[in-house]
Design a protein around this ligand. Structure first.
Ligand code: GLU
Length: 324
């Protein structure tokens, strides 16, 4: 990208940030007590290109916990190390019309609907714990760090807060253990999930992690191969259909790119082969999705023509900006 075009994209990102800065809908999540301490007005948008450049506006370097934005990346790691068939036996790929933390499994198959809801993410954590043993958290963190392009670490206060209050997720882990999804103790699966959700990231990190998926699994800045092609394809497919919980259908119509939100205020969106988008805004809606994160992606999608079915030409208005 030459600097004139980069400047144009930067102007659009800055405009979208300015347009949405006034929006105060939603509430900071407080069911994990430590999350409630986050100042509600923080707002950052970062966009990472396939050249490894990051364009940013607002609070893009402010750390927050990754929460459910970790789910697609943990899923990609599981696909990578265990293979599609093994993972698919344990976790489905269907949207679930229930809350993200519902104690529900697919009828008959007795497995979680998908890896973007808590049941599926805890199933993935159990599979990883079983595969890697006590090294599971370090192995998972290493992959997520490679995707972000810097070493990530746990926010200890949020981890302890979720571990102390996450009874529903523990119940899910026991349900999954009883269903034979994994054989490690349920508490070990839940603990890995709590730690993974407590990794501290910034909007820049999230944009780069998204860009790694967009760049067929290789971090565009470091060039390091993090995920294989098949893992990326399956991960993006499930993000597309299930990433925004029970708002996923609405999201596909309005924004049209794979994405995943988290109750910590983070949101990742992936424009295949073009961009990773990371947004941070702590106020979330009733479904647990960050309000300004959704709006920022909607506005960027509209302004840049990012919808997958935009004139059958994703990035139709973005491509001229990126052309050398
Ligand atoms: N750690 C959170 C939970 O399991 C993640 C939920 C989310 O980010 O949507 O409750």
């Amino acid at each position: 990208m030459n600097s004139a075009d980069g400047g144009h994209l930067a102007r659009i990102v800055a405009e979208v940030h300015a347009r949405l800065a006034v929006v105060t809908d939603g509430e900071v999540a407080d069911y994990i007590p430590a999350l409630a301490l986050m100042p509600p007005d923080l707002f950052g948008i970062a966009v990472a290109t396939m050249q490894g450049e990051v364009i940013e506006a607002g609070d893009t370097r402010r750390p927050f916990t990754i929460q459910s934005v970790s789910k697609p990346f943990a899923y990609a790691v599981a696909l990578e190390v265990l293979g599609r068939e093994r993972v698919r036996q344990a976790v489905g790929v269907q949207p679930m019309a229930e809350a993200f933390n519902a104690l529900v499994l697919e009828p008959r198959r007795n497995r979680p609907y998908n890896a973007m809801v808590n049941a599926g993410a805890i199933a993935v954590a159990g599979l990883l714990r079983q595969h890697f043993g006590p090294a599971a958290f370090d192995e998972l963190t290493a992959r997520l760090s490679d995707a972000a392009g810097r070493p990530l670490a746990v926010d200890q206060a949020v981890y302890e807060s979720e571990a102390a209050t996450g009874h529903r997720n523990r119940a899910l882990a026991h349900l999954l253990h009883a269903a034979g999804i994994f054989t490690v103790p349920a508490d070990e699966a839940a603990d890995l999930y709590f730690r993974q959700c407590s990794l501290s990231v910034t909007a820049r990190d999230v944009a780069m992690m998204g860009a790694t998926l967009a760049h067929i699994g290789a971090n565009p800045r470091t060039g390091q191969a993090v995920f294989g092609l098949d893992a990326v394809r399956d991960t993006l497919s499930v993000m597309f259909s299930c990433g925004l919980y029970d708002g996923a259908g609405e999201w596909i119509c309005r924004v049209g790119v794979p994405a995943k939100s988290g109750v910590g205020g983070g949101l990742v969106a992936v424009v295949n082969r073009l961009l990773g988008i990371g947004v941070f805004s702590p106020r979330v809606d009733g479904a647990g999705n960050p309000v300004r994160g959704l709006l920022a992606c909607e506005h960027l999608s509209e302004d840049l023509g990012l919808h997958l079915f935009e004139s059958s030409n994703p990035g139709s208005r973005l491509l001229p900006l990126l052309a050398r």
